[in-house]
Write a protein that binds this ligand. Structure first.
Ligand code: PGA
Length: 233
């Protein structure tokens, strides 16, 4: 598929020297969105860069020590926000309701959303969890063309494990069908995330209903990023 997108999620990694080295050989590309630690975002600002923030506040401004808002991110040149990552849901107690507020705040500020969903364990009935996450996160949303849903099974994040291509394809279809049924939006863009790397990307890229990837660990290594870009774009 043309126009696949690759999102690079650095999480809380790299020190000041390491990010400068990374920056020096970073392969800017129209279909690659870099999501560094928030403190490093200004380093990536260029005419041809696409930048994402790993989290945003549910408010635009005010007394929220330590938070960064969608309004602020947009004013700097950030165009995407990762929202509802499983690490935020688990470690910072982000509920579906908070995720929904953040999604609406991002869209209100013309920031594209990467909404993360995914089951903790792949067991019978996991589809219901996926459907519920989608329904709750997208309440009152109208501009679906600015949304990517990242299917990230929690058990696949940072573990080296991935679902089979068949399992991913089926879940991506389920996500697209759910958005169609619940919100009457056809063909929502869906990413896969969870242990994507330079070794498995060729196989994963055979899945024909994916619109891109959200990559954590492997995104820290420029050589791996280049290999992945070569396969996907
Ligand atoms: P991973 O992380 O590629 O290291 O599994 C993906 C993510 O958490 O977005």
């Amino acid at each position: 598929m043309e126009n696949k997108m690759i999102f690079l999620n650095h999480k809380m990694n790299l020190n000041a020297k390491e990010i400068k080295d990374y920056l020096n050989s970073f392969p800017y590309h129209n279909n690659v969105v870099i999501c560094p630690s928030t403190i490093y975002i200004p380093y990536f600002l260029r005419k041809d860069s696409k930048i994402g923030i790993q989290n945003i506040a549910a408010d635009n401004s005010g007394s929220f020590t330590g938070e960064v808002s969608a309004m602020q991110a947009k004013s700097l040149g950030v165009s995407y926000a990762i929202i509802g990552h499983s690490e935020r849901r688990a470690n910072y107690l982000e509920t579906d309701d908070i995720v929904n507020q953040k999604v609406l705040k991002a869209l209100e500020n013309h920031i594209n959303v990467v909404l993360c969903i995914g089951e903790e364990k792949r067991k019978a009935g996991f589809e219901k969890i996926i459907k519920n996450q989608i329904k709750k996160a997208l309440i009152n949303v109208s501009n679906f063309e600015h949304i990517y849903i990242a299917y990230e099974p929690v058990w696949a994040i940072g573990t080296g494990l991935t679902p089979t291509n068949e399992q991913i394809k089926k879940t991506v279809s389920l996500i697209k069908e759910t958005v169609k049924k619940e919100f009457e939006f056809v063909n929502i863009k869906v990413l896969y995330g969870g242990s994507v790397n330079d070794n498995n990307i060729e196989a994963l890229n055979q899945i024909d209903n994916l619109d891109g990837y959200l990559i954590g660990g492997a995104s820290l290594d420029i050589e791996k990023v280049k290999k992945i870009i070569k396969v996907v774009l």
